[in-house]
Design a protein around this ligand. Structure first.
Ligand SMILES: [Zn+2]
Length: 189
């Protein structure tokens, strides 16, 4: 994956000042998952914050991983505020991020998807913090890499709020879909 990111980075040099994100595998394989049977058809974008548990450490990766463990949930990647990509579950395993969900004729989307979590809030007192430039840069590189690997288009990347309407609200009003889509269209030019 790193080689692919490097290639994408080199393609982008001159356009933006995107730096290769740091990849951290220290939590890889330590969260719940199951073997993958279905092909990857979608990517689901989420956000997570520990503000309810510990406001001062709301963006702390250990705190967030602890929440995942407590609730027996997981995702393939977690993107920290500084843009570091924490790989949590390998792509060949199903992660538990979407729960009850529906999209384009499919249900229970965990088995059909990759899940990525941005550290940040979708509601509450810290909502205005939004997401950082570093997070967008890392997310876009990660999504491009996975889209190449699994033949996904930008339309295949959706929010948890879209697949579990009324039940989930993330990544919420501060997430810029425009920024994601704009970066994909740049690649076509
Ligand atoms: Zn979610």
């Amino acid at each position: 994956m790193f080689e692919m990111l490097k290639k994408i980075f080199l393609m982008m040099v001159g356009q933006t000042k995107v730096e290769i994100p740091k990849i951290d595998k220290s939590y890889l394989g330590k969260l719940p998952s199951s073997s993958r049977v279905k092909p990857i058809k979608f990517g689901i974008i989420h956000c997570v914050s520990a503000w309810r548990v510990n406001p001062d450490k709301r963006n702390d990766i250990d705190e967030i991983v602890k929440i995942f463990k407590d609730y027996k949930v997981s995702a393939h990647a977690l993107i920290a505020r500084d843009g570091t990509i924490f790989e949590l579950v390998s792509d060949d395993r199903v992660a538990y991020h979407a729960g009850k969900s529906f999209w384009r004729g499919k249900s229970s989307l965990n088995k059909w998807s990759l899940g990525v979590e941005l550290v940040g809030a979708y509601n509450g007192p810290y909502l205005s913090e939004g997401f950082t430039d570093e997070q967008y840069d890392s997310l876009i590189l990660w999504i491009k890499d996975k889209s190449d690997s699994y033949n996904l288009s930008v339309e295949d990347w959706i929010g948890h709020e879209m697949v579990s309407p009324g039940r989930k609200q993330d990544p919420g009003p501060k997430f810029s879909w425009y920024r994601l889509r704009q970066n994909f269209s740049n690649k076509e030019e």
